[in-house]
Design a protein around this ligand. Structure first.
Ligand code: NAD
Length: 280
């Protein structure tokens, strides 16, 4: 069941549900662990960064278990899913949030960096989806898998050759997974965030400078918060989204569809007067 409080904020009830969150050591993953915990779920918080993971899990004395594992390896992905099944008896939701996002010029790109991006972002998402789906099917139950993409997958942003194309691959992969897993009532969807404020502060100076130029062009003239992504993930993990499957949902304040207008919409285009008989 889901609830809406007097401010219109929706909260979800995941009592007794078992949820995996990868990339839980920071950023959106950390916010996901807290939100699922707050809504009553049993959570497996997975990351390769032990220090960050412990920081994420410190506030919770029950219902949150940390596992250090690398999603880009078959052993890592099975260890994460096995931990959920062994500890909680079943798996209901798997959120594949972990990713790497190194940016560099195409002409300078190194093969090993390209391969690493694909190993984590594509192979990791595939291995986690496969292991999670197998566990859900073995448990004889339905399930939800939520994968992560990025608005970068649709833009030709400089420096993003490996990252952006790897995120586009996840969208495509998730569509196939949604179709193949539909007979088992396992729904697979992708969340595609825009610019989300997850970077530790202070920002490196070049990044801060480029954001000062970019943020005013975003339709809402601000980055999103991790919580604004979390609420969409929770919706996709909840019964409220029972007929959404194979979708890519942008959480970007409209950045995928355009930039913020910086002046009045023009009204002196002659084509306007052609259809108004010269009336303004
Ligand atoms: N923050 C944004 O502006 C933004 C924009 C678009 C898309 N996204 C997507 O949202 C998701 C989360 O973004 P974020 O900014 O919170 O990310 P982040 O970089 O802050 O955190 C990613 C986490 O994934 C972990 N990770 C990386 N490789 C791993 C591996 N092989 N095994 C296990 N864990 C691994 C990292 O240790 C880290 O804790 C990512 O999928 C990202 O592509 C983020």
């Amino acid at each position: 069941m889901n609830y809406m409080d007097e401010t219109g904020r929706v909260s979800f009830d995941f009592k007794g549900r078992s949820v995996i969150v990868t990339g839980a050591a920071r950023g959106i993953g950390r916010a996901l662990v807290k939100a699922f915990y707050d809504s009553g779920a049993y959570v497996i918080a997975a990351d390769r960064d032990q220090k960050g993971l412990l920081e994420t899990c410190k506030p919770f004395s029950e219902r949150v278990a940390a596992i250090v594992a690398d999603i880009s390896t078959a052993e890592g992905a099975s260890a994460i899913v096995d931990e959920a099944v062994t500890r909680y008896g079943h798996l209901d939701v798997c959120v594949n949030n972990a990713a790497v996002a190194p940016h560099t010029a195409l002409l300078e790109e190194r093969i090993e960096v390209w391969d690493k991006v694909y190993a984590v972002n594509c192979r990791g998402t595939f291995l986690m989806t496969q292991a999670a789906a197998r566990a859900m099917i073995l448990g004889g139950q339905s399930g939800r898998i939520i994968n992560f993409s990025s608005g970068a997958s649709r833009r030709g942003s400089p420096g993003g050759a490996a990252y952006a194309s790897s995120r586009a691959a996840v969208e495509s992969f998730s569509r196939v997974a949604a179709i193949e897993l539909s007979p088992y009532n396992i729904l697979v969807n992708t969340v595609s965030p825009g610019l989300i404020d997850t970077q530790p502060k202070p920002l490196p100076s070049d990044m801060a400078k480029s954001l000062r130029t970019r943020i005013p062009t975003l339709p809402l003239a601000r980055p999103g918060t991790p919580e604004e992504v979390v609420s969409v993930v929770m919706f996709l993990a909840s019964k409220a989204s029972s007929y959404i499957n194979g979708a890519v949902i942008s959480v970007d304040g409209g950045a995928a569809v355009g930039t913020r207008p910086n002046k009045a919409v023009i009204d002196d285009d002659p084509r306007y007067f052609w259809v108004t008989d010269g009336e303004p």
